[in-house]
Design a protein around this ligand. Structure first.
Ligand code: ZN
Length: 395
């Protein structure tokens, strides 16, 4: 038994220990991100704030948070955004892909049709080792994405094989992909899309279609899409795109958006966008719903580079920064239930955070036709926080 005097002594000794090494235990936060410009479109926030993180979750978003932390990041002069969600990626092709794009701020992604029934098991195995949430769309062609075009033979669009691949990988597959451009599908585009819908239906999955230089016009393709489906490469130039001969956005396209079809950017490398189409459509107010990269491990040296570089192209076109961040976070997260609680820095959410820097200068951006344009601002990835833990940054 301690008497009162001994108890006071023990308590004082404890307090002294606390004072000497304040961060050793009982820190208020595991991680404190201090003084950054927090842009969280999910709650309409764009202010200087501190972010307190504990137990892998956001626990406080305040001005000048009091309390100590096990680790602190000085984020003055930086942008603090929810972790980026890239819904059109090919990061699942290798085990290295997810680790690489995590350094770009990507805390969730969808490998979009790299694999079909033949190779989905391998893609899924890569995705299960990803540090962040990595999901996949199964290509309706059982070969997966193939050079020369996987749908010139329509027999490759095999619904029961796709069902098998989904059933074997229910933890990873979140939708179905169909590439419908003429060089991939030729005149099989509409039948391939019908089969993609048939593959998706029992699972209530969205279908993502890749468009651009299609054999069939948009007015024939769009009626085959349902609410929640995604059109990627929305600014693809050439025949049968979203613009009519005079450059006006087709009424069928704006009607599709009104009934809940999502229009995604999908930067990519070949024939997916040119500056003129971005300019014409955006001047009519037709911006993407979601931004995405069409990224793979080779993209560092193409015009894609990283997700913040893709986002920066829209700064150049005058899209408000908060809207750009919404397209890469909360709106993207809402396309797939796998990202239900992501894309936000709201208190209680998993602490996935993209710390970026908006640098001023002269930056050259490239479209898919070697067209270059110069912008005055570029977002750079600085640090990614995943589930409350700081990850390694890009060298
Ligand atoms: Zn792609």
């Amino acid at each position: 038994m301690m008497n009162r005097r001994q108890f006071c002594y023990a308590a004082a000794a404890g307090a002294a220990t606390l004072a000497r090494i304040p961060n050793a235990f009982a820190a208020t936060y595991d991680l404190l991100i201090k003084g950054g410009r927090v842009i969280d479109p999910s709650v309409g926030l764009d202010e200087i704030r501190d972010l307190g993180i504990s137990g892998g979750r956001i626990v406080a978003v305040e001005v000048n948070l009091a309390g100590d932390a096990t680790e602190t990041i000085d984020a003055r002069g930086k942008i603090i955004a929810p972790g980026l969600i890239d819904i059109h990626s090919h990061a699942g092709r290798t085990k290295e892909g997810p680790v690489m794009c995590l350094q770009d701020g990507v805390t969730g992604f969808v490998d979009s049709g790299s694999g079909g029934a033949d190779n989905m098991d391998q893609i899924a195995a890569n995705l299960r080792t990803a540090p962040q949430i990595g999901r996949a769309l199964v290509n309706i062609a059982h070969t997966g994405l193939a050079r020369g075009g996987e749908l010139h033979n329509i027999d490759r669009a095999n619904v029961s094989l796709a069902h098998g691949a989904i059933a074997r990988n229910r933890d990873v597959v979140v939708g179905v992909k169909a590439r419908l451009s003429a060089d991939v599908a030729g005149p099989n585009d509409l039948e391939a899309l019908r089969r993609a819908q048939e593959a998706a239906a029992p699972f209530k999955f969205p279908v993502m279609i890749h468009v651009g230089q299609n054999y069939s016009p948009m007015r024939a393709i769009l009626p085959l899409l349902k609410r929640g489906d995604i059109v990627t490469h929305l600014y693809a130039p050439g025949a049968n795109g979203i613009l009519d001969e005079k450059g006006s956005v087709l009424p069928e396209v704006t009607a599709a958006r009104r009934r809940g079809i999502m229009f995604d950017f999908g930067n990519g490398v070949n024939d997916h966008f040119d500056w003129a189409t971005v300019e014409r459509a955006s001047k009519q107010g037709f911006w993407p719903d979601t931004l995405s990269t069409d990224w793979n491990v080779m993209s560092r040296t193409t015009g894609v580079v990283d997700f913040p570089n893709v986002m920066s192209k829209f700064i150049m076109f005058g899209m408000p920064l908060s809207q750009i961040i919404a397209c890469a976070t909360v709106t993207a997260a809402r396309v797939f239930p796998a990202f239900d609680d992501r894309g936000t820095l709201n208190v209680g959410a998993p602490a996935d955070v993209a710390i970026m820097e908006l640098r001023e200068g002269s930056f050259e951006f490239v479209d898919n036709y070697k067209g270059t344009r110069s912008g005055r601002q570029r977002l750079f990835p600085i640090t990614t926080v995943l589930a409350g833990k700081r990850t390694t940054s890009r060298a």
